[in-house]
Design a binder for this molecule. Structure first.
Ligand code: C5P
Length: 234
């Protein structure tokens, strides 16, 4: 754990599939920081809701159940832990594993992400973590809402097709094959729209963030670009 004086917060925002998570994992290793994946927290809380109220017969049915049942995010026995740099999510002391990446969860997450009480729970988890250690956090509203005061903000972007191809291969690598490239591309466009138009915590480029378009550069170039910026700032 780092001392009080040197604790830092690096934020990495951007749309789905822009490479944030992979880049954040590498940067965290290089810098000796923790990588906090805020999307995975929303995903885990979506699993918790599905377990509590059921997935519904359709996405809209789930949305209706969610708004009618007024699920309280504080009611879950949910905790996050880090093992060898990996973020683990425990619901009733059971680690959720890859279930958080399933299509069922991805399609239903927007109801949870639109809900202020759920956003507050995620933001509190991240802020508590930032008091203990230096962190690099990836998400949508991290530089704008969660840690607007940090000096180290980055925003990654890429065109929709490139992002869909990336997300598809990530899913395949983690053994999830319940979808096609075409449906991922549609899903990403839909999520872009939902993420950009959310009333609270919408996806925006934070003020003073360094903007990086990753469409035509590889992961290592993104990492070295960010490290070069940080070296100037530290
Ligand atoms: O990053 P990932 O694709 O895992 O995020 C899943 C979803 O969680 C996003 O589409 C968005 O709805 C929500 N999210 C959010 N705010 C964040 C991170 C993720 O609303 N900071």
């Amino acid at each position: 754990m780092t001392s009080n004086e040197t604790k830092r917060i690096i934020t990495l925002d951007g749309p789905a599939g822009s490479g944030k998570s992979t880049v954040a994992t590498i940067l965290a290793k290089r810098l000796g920081y923790l990588h906090a994946d805020s999307g995975a927290l929303y995903r885990s809380l979506t699993v918790a809701c599905i377990d509590q109220i059921g997935a519904g017969q359709s996405v809209e049915d789930f949305g209706n159940r969610f708004s009618q049942s007024k699920v309280n995010p504080e009611s879950f026995q949910f905790r996050v832990d880090y093992e060898n740099g990996q973020q683990l999510h425990f619901l009733n002391e059971v680690e959720l594993g890859q279930r958080i990446r399933s299509l069922e969860v991805t399609e239903r997450i927007r109801f949870i992400a639109d809900d202020l009480a759920f956003r507050n729970r995620v933001n509190q988890l991240l802020r508590d973590l930032s008091k203990k250690t230096s962190i690099i956090v990836d998400g949508r509203d991290i530089g704008t809402v969660v840690f607007p005061e940090t000096e180290y903000k980055f925003y990654l972007d890429a065109d929709v097709h490139t992002r869909a191809v990336r997300r598809f291969s990530e899913l395949q690598e983690s053994g999830i094959s319940d979808t096609t490239l075409e449906s991922i591309e549609k899903q990403i466009s839909l999520r872009d729209e939902q993420d950009r138009n959310r009333k609270i915590g919408a996806l925006r480029i934070p003020e003073k963030a360094i903007l990086i378009d990753t469409s035509n550069i590889d992961r290592d170039m993104v990492v070295s670009g960010i490290l070069a910026h940080l070296q100037q700032q530290f």
